[in-house]
Design a protein around this ligand. Structure first.
Ligand SMILES: C[S@@+](CC[C@H](N)C(=O)[O-])C[C@H]1O[C@@H](n2cnc3c(N)ncnc32)[C@H](O)[C@@H]1O
Length: 180
């Protein structure tokens, strides 16, 4: 059965229900400002890109799968070719990347942790000083390590679990504001 966020996304023309997670986070923490240049990592099918396009001046969308709108870049983020394909620096980097889940908790948590660390590596190179960062993570023993790194690299750190997150999901969103 479709839940209320899925039905709302269909009604409002968004590609996925996950848009309401980003909307809630942005309304609360003012991550994306008018005129920003945004990099959306793990962008397919594109609801975060749709929302960012309503706010930002430019949105570059990276995924292994190709978006059919905006400025899509088809790339596996673990490949260094991402730094040739994505040009310039960004005011905001968001990552909703998730591994292909296996159902084996440790495996899925490990996959999520590696994606989070890679998103942070990308932010180190491509996020402007003072820029904002948001990343999804499956909560695990490694969460403390991630928080430690975000605390070193950003002026403020928040953990947030939006209302649209499914009850059984272990996902959290980590927000780093103002890159040092
Ligand atoms: C939950 S979906 C993102 C949904 C998107 N935020 C939206 O609102 O439409 C996660 C995405 O991460 C992408 N992804 C996972 N691993 C990746 C990798 N190594 N490189 C690039 N994209 C990856 C998947 O292809 C998938 O499309």
């Amino acid at each position: 059965m479709k839940d209320k966020f899925t039905l709302r996304a269909e009604r409002e023309g968004y590609k996925a229900r996950s848009v309401y997670k980003l909307k809630e986070i942005n309304n609360r923490f003012k991550l994306i400002e008018k005129g920003d240049r945004v990099l959306d990592l793990g962008a397919w099918p594109g609801s975060w890109t749709q929302y960012c396009l309503e706010k930002a001046s430019e949105v570059v969308s990276v995924d292994k799968k190709k978006l059919n709108f905006g400025k899509p870049i088809v790339c596996d983020v673990f490949k260094d070719e991402i730094f040739d394909k994505v040009k310039g620096k960004f005011d905001v980097i968001v990552s909703d990347m998730a591994p292909m889940t296996s159902g084996i908790k440790e495996l899925d948590e490990g996959g999520s942790f590696r994606l989070v660390m890679r998103a942070l590596d990308i932010a180190e190179k491509l996020l402007k000083k003072g820029g904002n960062f948001l990343v999804k993570m499956f909560e695990s023993e490694e969460t403390e390590e991630v928080l430690g790194r975000v605390k070193k690299e950003f002026r403020s750190v928040k953990i947030y679990r939006p209302k649209a997150t499914k009850k059984r999901s272990s996902e959290i969103y980590i927000l780093g504001k103002e890159k040092i």
